[in-house]
Design a protein around this ligand. Structure first.
Ligand code: FAD
Length: 285
């Protein structure tokens, strides 16, 4: 049975807080190895992320990782957020460079900030945090090419990251080929596949297109038909379950789910994989 982890985003309203609570209450009984809370683009959710990681750790007893980016912040401001995580008992960080603010022409480091993700990883690892980083099976759109993308990933690992969590992708082959190339490039750290159970095909495919990811024609056609027949959720569960099955068969022993704070599809995919909530196990016993 694979280990799982779940990504949430911090709530921005009272309604959002209830939704997060519901999501975590539904998924926590699946005993994730860890969960994480994202950091808004441009550092827009600094306090919200810190408060959410603290609450999830304290109220649910989960191992929590806070995401952290270095967009639009000095080194001190960035490290201050990390110290806030530690004060809340959180010593795991998913460290990312972050995307430039909307409309900006590429990433420009803050004059007193970390210049890139490698510098951020180095500083956090030196300060004793367990650091995970992002990786891109479909190749990051800013990469000069596939090899340059892997060279950069290797630099992040060599700077002290313990493992890398991937961007979502649609086909197992995409991840497996990427993993093979990473091994050839001398990357020994675990690469954890990121799974997006597709709640909204239009948004998922738009995001993938913007990232330059390959969208299988057959999947596009299947979602178009399923949307017409009002069966998109069924297709989403079947697609994500088959993807996970193939990855597990090929030796992936950890799956990271992008929940988008909607627990149902992730819960159903986990159930299809045979992951049973602990509460129902104890009721059976
Ligand atoms: P990097 O790995 O630093 O850069 C991405 C690619 O660009 C590299 O692989 C490399 O090819 C190239 N590159 C960048 N800098 C250089 C350089 N100096 N020299 C050579 N090549 C370079 N964003 C948020 O805002 N908040 C989040 O919470 C968040 N969570 C995420 C979680 C995961 C698991 C993933 C995969 C992404 C997440 N993102 C998040 C998105 C992320 O911030 C963007 O994808 C961003 O564009 C890249 O961040 P990174 O740290 O992966 O970049």
């Amino acid at each position: 049975m694979p280990a799982v982890s779940f990504e949430f985003f911090p709530p921005k309203s009272l309604q959002g807080s209830f939704r997060l609570w519901d999501c975590v209450s539904t998924l926590a009984p699946l005993k994730p190895e860890w969960v994480s809370v994202t950091y808004g683009a441009g550092g827009t959710t600094r306090e919200l992320t810190r408060d959410a990681v603290a609450a999830l750790g304290q109220e649910f007893g989960l191992n929590v990782a806070g995401h952290l980016t270095c967009v639009d912040a000095s080194r001190e401001e960035t490290l201050d957020v990390a110290r806030g995580f530690r004060a809340a008992g959180v010593t795991d960080i998913v460290a990312l460079r972050g995307d430039p603010p909307k409309g900006a022409d590429g990433f420009t480091p803050h004059p007193d900030g970390f210049q890139n993700s490698v510098e951020l990883v180095e500083a956090l690892a030196a300060d004793g945090f367990n650091v995970r980083v992002g990786c891109y099976p479909d190749i990051h759109p800013e990469a000069a090419g596939p090899d340059a993308d892997l060279d950069w990933l290797k630099r992040k690992i060599d700077a002290g990251a313990s493992e890398a969590v991937s961007q979502f992708f649609f086909e197992a082959e995409t991840f497996l080929r990427f993993r093979d190339r990473a091994v050839k490039a001398g990357i020994e750290a675990t690469l954890v596949p990121g799974i997006l159970p597709i709640e909204d095909w239009t948004k998922a495919s738009k995001f993938a297109r913007a990232c330059g990811a390959t969208i299988p024609e057959a999947l596009e056609a299947a979602f178009e038909r399923a949307l017409r027949d009002d069966r998109a959720d069924l297709l989403a569960i079947a697609q994500a379950t088959e993807l996970c099955d193939m990855l597990v068969e090929e030796g992936c022993d950890h799956l990271h789910f992008y929940t988008l704070n909607r627990p149902e599809l992730t819960r159903d995919v986990c159930a299809a994989l045979g992951l049973v909530p602990e509460a129902s196990l104890s009721r059976v016993a």
